[in-house]
Design a protein around this ligand. Structure first.
Ligand SMILES: [Mg+2]
Length: 330
């Protein structure tokens, strides 16, 4: 039962009494769970921070830090995924259960433990965790491409920008846009358009490093965040992607087609860029210049063509005729 799709959930057993831990561990091992153990709250919190388990069996009565406090701290830590907590309590009083549930426990079992009941409650808790994990994943993912969505990418950029400012590290942002994408949709239909978007996403994934963050920013617009990267290296990356796309056969059911992309590159540090919004706007402006000066090219902020065209972009932004992406002619 626990080994659904070959995956064995990791259960952290927290109890100050070694005999209790041993009995639980033997039982859960036999049922196919992976187990880890902690004999006090402090150790448990460290283990959770190191590698979050899928479920915690938490003793309430422990010296120094009791189970209620452990549960409170785990549930208050926003950096952790959802981890169901089942309290084990010797106190079969309504009051102690209420305190446990109030402090963040998801369920409880009373000692001495009835193992059939424990297993049923664990299965239920893991089912909820699996749904929670799926929801958390969906909330940050663009469904079509599997890349990050715009909101998540903006959040990552906030963190990266702050990090860059603090440590004086460079940060490049590349905006990509598929040229004449509307024509692809109009000529071949939206299914083929979707196939092109998904394949371009794969291509970006292959081109980027593990530390880079890639997202779909709008319809056919993609953004890549390159931490620790000066603008020259950002431009090199963008040019490599542009070149790969130019020679790539975008396959769809019944054929293949070719596309080109345009890209705009901006980077921090830069005299005019003091926040995340300015950085994105600069990359977006550079992309706009790449579009208006022929497409299938990479433009960086500050180069000759950018400077010759960017005032016009600012003017158009000011009177609202060119927005942040969708109103740009593709
Ligand atoms: Mg105890």
């Amino acid at each position: 039962m626990p080994t659904e799709q070959g995956y064995s959930p990791l259960v952290l057993i927290v109890d100050d009494h070694p005999d209790n831990v041993e009995v639980l561990q033997v039982r859960l091992d036999a049922l196919g769970y992976r187990t880890a153990c902690a004999s006090d709250g402090e150790t448990a919190l460290n283990m959770v921070a190191q590698s979050p388990p899928d479920l915690i069996l938490l003793d309430v009565m422990m010296p120094r830090m009791d189970g209620n406090e452990v549960a409170r701290r785990i549930k208050a830590d926003k950096s952790l995924p959802y981890i169901p907590i089942i309290m084990q309590t010797a106190l079969d009083s309504t009051q102690s259960k209420v305190v446990g549930l109030d402090s963040g426990a998801d369920d409880y079992v009373t000692k001495p433990i009835n193992y059939a009941e424990l297993q049923a409650r664990m299965t239920a808790a893991l089912r909820i965790k699996s749904l929670q994990d799926k929801l958390a994943e969906m909330a940050i993912t663009d469904a079509l491409t599997g890349l990050f969505n715009r909101r998540h990418l903006d959040e990552r950029l906030d963190e990266m920008f702050e990090h860059s400012v603090r440590l004086h590290e460079p940060l490049s942002v590349v905006m990509f846009d598929i040229d004449h994408f509307k024509k692809v949709n109009d000529t071949y239909g939206h299914q083929v358009g979707d196939a092109v978007l998904a394949q371009f996403a794969q291509l970006l994934k292959h081109a980027a490093r593990d530390i880079d963050r890639i997202g779909r920013y709008g319809g056919e617009e993609f953004m890549v965040l390159l931490p620790g990267t000066v603008i020259d290296a950002g431009v090199t990356f963008a040019k490599r992607v542009r070149q790969e796309v130019e020679t790539h056969q975008f396959e769809y059911e019944g054929g293949a087609l070719q596309c080109t992309i345009s890209a705009g590159v901006a980077a921090f540090p830069h005299p005019g860029i003091h926040n995340r919004q300015k950085l994105v706007k600069a990359a977006d402006d550079a992309l706009y210049v790449a579009k208006t000066t022929g497409r299938n090219r990479v433009i960086r902020i500050g180069d000759e063509e950018f400077n010759a065209n960017v005032k016009e972009v600012d003017d158009q932004h000011a009177d609202g005729t060119v927005g942040g992406g969708n109103s740009r002619s593709n």
